[in-house]
Design a protein around this ligand. Structure first.
Ligand SMILES: [Zn+2]
Length: 304
């Protein structure tokens, strides 16, 4: 059955939010016929002709038609130095590629906001070209973003991270939002980093040496080689910069120059575009599986 949405001609077209009008398409994917309502039809045909659901490409009324149970994914990245051989756009480029791959598979099950390229990169500021929101500013920005989405009624909000410096403030931001809305039992506020979801790519390609993300390293250089080789400069001839062991398993605060005079950390000379494609695919599969759990969440339980 297609629910009927009353329209008011000459006034606001949706005096009340048509809850669940489109949820059968966007969440359950079972509808094949367009609905009766004019605006809902527009959204229906838009969705049919677009492979993904990008918030930036939808009109405000179309967004207002969406089920508020749809997970909203906010990709958060950075623009910062990546050594002498990779562009400052690296983190945004890679997270954007992974997000695109996930979107193509999950289609209308998720709503994706534009990637936020300004991240918390103060530790890289000694290197020219790095742009950064300081930790407290970044906390405020993420708080506001999540609050905006909650204000519009969305309940499942995911910060999908692609930069190490965003890890702590992103977790802190959603933690703070949760405290402000402590009476709500229907909110699902999540954060994850794409390389932290458990994939072990070296099991599929034993020539992959690294076991964790470095910086402008074997992994990142490989992935950029796979999608934008024109942006990689002479990576075979940059020296190895060992990650080291700074008081593990404790945490030592750092600036990049504490660890690397050249800017990268790891083994970029081992990179290849074949490794890059394997890594991109592995990370996209990981993110997709994890987001499928967010889609499947029952709306109230702690587990998911
Ligand atoms: Zn990076």
């Amino acid at each position: 059955m297609i629910p009927h949405v009353p329209m008011v001609i000459g006034q606001a077209q949706f005096p009340t939010r048509p809850e669940n009008v489109l949820s059968s398409w966007y969440v359950q994917h079972q509808e094949t016929q367009p609905p009766n309502c004019f605006l809902a039809r527009k959204v229906f045909f838009f969705q049919k002709s677009h492979p993904t659901m990008k918030l930036a490409e939808l009109s405000s009324p179309a967004i207002d038609l969406l089920s508020r149970d749809i997970p909203v994914v906010v990709p958060i990245a950075a623009i910062e130095q990546h050594g002498q051989h990779l562009p400052v756009w690296t983190d945004s480029l890679l997270l954007g590629e992974i997000t695109d791959r996930v979107e193509r598979n999950l289609k209308e099950k998720i709503l994706v906001t534009p990637l936020m390229w300004l991240g918390n990169s103060d530790h890289h500021l000694d290197f020219c070209g790095t742009l950064s929101a300081s930790g407290r500013t970044y906390l405020d920005i993420l708080n506001d973003l999540v609050e905006n989405l909650i204000f519009h009624g969305f309940k499942r909000i995911v910060l999908l991270n692609g930069h190490g410096g965003n890890d702590v403030p992103a977790k802190q931001a959603i933690f703070e939002v949760r405290q402000r809305h402590r009476a709500r039992k229907d909110l699902l506020l999540l954060m994850t980093t794409y390389w932290g979801l458990g994939t072990e790519p070296w099991k599929d390609d034993p020539t992959i040496e690294q076991r964790d993300m470095g910086h402008a390293c074997e992994w990142e250089t490989s992935m950029v080689l796979a999608i934008r080789p024109d942006l990689v400069v002479d990576h075979k001839n940059v020296p190895v910069v060992e990650p080291g062991n700074a008081f593990r398993t404790g945490y030592r605060a750092w600036t990049t120059k504490d660890r690397s005079s050249i800017g990268h950390i790891g083994w970029p000379h081992l990179a290849s575009k074949e490794k890059g494609e394997l890594l991109l695919n592995a990370f996209a599969v990981d993110v997709e599986r994890w987001l499928a759990r967010v889609v499947a969440w029952n709306g109230s339980s702690w587990d998911g």
